[in-house]
Write a protein that binds this ligand. Structure first.
Ligand SMILES: Nc1ncnc2c1ncn2[C@@H]1O[C@H](COP(=O)(O)OP(=O)(O)O)[C@@H](O)[C@H]1O
Ligand SMILES: [Mg+2]
Length: 366
């Protein structure tokens, strides 16, 4: 459906050139919910704006539904309105002097998407019902909550029946509770109409919850593409592993396939390269118990800190080897863990293994 090949974009500022996009390659399937995820400044908005046609790349090729929309080699650059796209931004961009109905009807009254009479009315009401706002059609927009205003923006974008819906951080201006509510609405509405979506966010939870596939961006590059499970549980680099949350990192070396010696002790891993390695353990993959199960990858220690996070508890375990591990467990009951002697176990399949010279974890969640 959407192909992006070899896309480059530099911004020229006083200090020199900023490489906002470097060699971007993507294929997005029809009706896919595709998320661009990365920290602030990683190039997400620039990529979305290049696809929309409101930013000009320096080089590359883009096609949409088999039609070339941009080609530096053939000097093709379709204007934004000819690309068949709908857009929703962080700022709701709704017109304050118009009602909910008129805001949604506006793009249908002029230009390429013009329709009239009953067709127009039906299109507006359908779009409003997709976001459950049909009862508020006549309300002036300033009398809506932020979440409702963003749903108006979503209805307006869907009313033109775009082939592709582009969304840039549409939930960032909403408080946490509304964010989840509107997120759910975005999920339901876009599935119902079966539109292809490209969605930009710096919020990993939002990305995991919404995406069919996620492209993780870092400094203008796509560093991994995969479904949510894959990027979370099988990050191909420390950068991606770090972006999805706190990690325990260990230096190691391996002389025998599948066994890595570390300061924590020998760790069993799935087939590993030999030589100097870097191991990553996700706190949620460390199982903390009060008795040894006698399995591989068990390390004993004392709980030196316990932070209650509601659904989970975050534990710091000072192991007898001197390595401190962070673990997260689901929390039930009132009992406290602090001071107890415990066993930490990690399944060999859950150990992330990288060559030691893999780029240092530099990424911070924005
Ligand atoms: N109009 C611009 N002029 C100069 N630099 C820009 C401009 N827009 C973006 N950039 C730079 O390009 C990089 C990528 O920006 P952006 O795509 O907005 O990132 P993101 O959306 O991931 O936060 C950043 O370093 C940013 O400072
Ligand atoms: Mg942005």
């Amino acid at each position: 459906m959407i192909h992006v090949t070899g896309l480059h974009k530099d911004f020229h500022v006083k200090e020199g050139a900023v490489a906002a996009l470097r060699n971007i390659n993507l294929t997005i399937a029809e009706k896919e919910f595709f998320v661009l995820l990365g920290p602030s400044g990683s190039g997400k908005s620039t990529l979305l704006r290049c696809i929309a046609g409101i930013e000009d790349p320096d080089k590359g090729l883009m096609s949409l539904g088999g039609r070339t929309i941009y080609s530096s080699a053939d000097n093709i650059r379709l204007p934004p309105e000819a690309r068949g796209l709908g857009m929703v931004f962080q700022s709701y961009a709704v017109w304050p002097h118009l009602s909910v109905y008129e805001n949604v009807a506006l793009p249908l009254r002029y230009g390429a998407n013009k329709v009239e009479g009953k067709t127009l009315h039906d299109r507006v009401m359908n779009a409003l019902s997709l976001v459950q706002l049909e009862n508020l059609a006549q309300r002036p927009v300033p009398f809506l909550s932020g979440g409702q205003q963003q749903r108006v923006a979503l209805a307006r974008a869907l009313a033109i029946k775009p082939k592709v819906l582009l969304m840039d951080e549409p939930l960032s201006n909403l408080d946490a509770r509304l964010r989840e509510e509107v997120r759910q609405q975005i999920r339901t509405a876009t599935r119902e109409v079966g539109v292809t979506v490209i969605y930009v966010t710096h919020d990993r939870e939002e990305a995991l919850a919404l995406a069919d596939r996620i492209a993780v961006m870092h400094q203008g590059e796509i560093v991994q593409i995969g479904d949510p499970y894959e990027v979370f549980h099988h990050p191909t680099s420390p950068t991606v592993a770090d972006f999805f949350g706190e990690m325990n990192w260990l230096k190691g070396s391996s002389e025998k396939q599948g066994i890595v010696s570390t300061a924590l002790g020998d760790i069993s891993v799935p087939a590993s390269p030999l030589g100097a390695l870097k191991l990553g353990l996700r706190p949620c993959n460390i199982v903390v118990t009060e008795a040894s199960a006698g399995a591989a990858n068990e390390f004993t220690g004392t709980i030196v800190d316990e932070i209650f996070l509601g659904e989970q508890v975050q534990l710091q375990v000072q192991t007898t080897s001197g390595v401190r591990l962070e673990a997260k467990q689901s929390k039930r009951g009132r009992d406290r863990w602090l001071g107890r002697t415990v066993w930490c176990h990690v399944d060999p399949q859950d150990v992330f293994v990288y060559p030691a010279d893999h780029a240092a974890p530099a990424m911070q969640a924005a």
